[in-house]
Design a protein around this ligand. Sequence first.
Ligand code: GLN
Length: 236
Amino acid sequence: MSTEDLRIVWIYPDLLSTYGDRGNMLILAARARGRGIPVETIEIRSDQALPDSADLYLIGGGEDGPQALAAQRLNADGGLHRAVARGSVVFAVCAGYQLLGTSFFAKGSSYPGLSLLDLQSDRGPARAVGELHGVIDPRLGLPPLSGFENHGGRTHLGPGVSPLAQVTTGIGNDGTSEGAWRGNLIGTYSHGPALSRNPALADLLLRWATGAGYLPPLDDTWTDRLRHERQVAVAP
Ligand code: GLN
């Protein structure tokens, strides 16, 4: 692979791969290649050093125990912090989203997060499981968020981040807002995997990671159908 390739790192597949979020990497790679952008996808297990020179980092969902271990190892490694300081793009889902904050709750205790996003997570009264839809922050220029959530945590945003979306169906952070973003970092509770149901979000991440102002459209017939089907399913 040449140094010109788009480098996408999937963080800790051995710990954070419970909820099908690997699909996000496959979708990003396919959508980049569809525009003639060469891609290198790299899977870094939790016993390996995390390269800090990649363009885009993905973190998926996971159960409480692996989530706590992943946060501990990412803090000890420091590679993701260096990558973010360099301006790399991060897309984090559910457990991965929670661990980017200052603290999160897992297995009855609070754990320190990576403090890359100004937010903290605790436990909600009941597990949030089901469709998750919302209106995305207009500054991101994206159509509505469509996803599926499955988490016990609730997330409280500080002034240093903006909500990714306002919830129209589901719980997200707290029943009102969903996810968070700051600079090139986006976190969401949306599985599905998220980027299969939100290709415009995938393309935003690709534009950020490549610096491309414009990406030619791809044939999204099947995704449009899926989005429509889910929208109809949650319509009142
Ligand atoms: N363990 C976390 C929670 O339940 C995250 C779950 C997930 O990643 N789906 O809140």
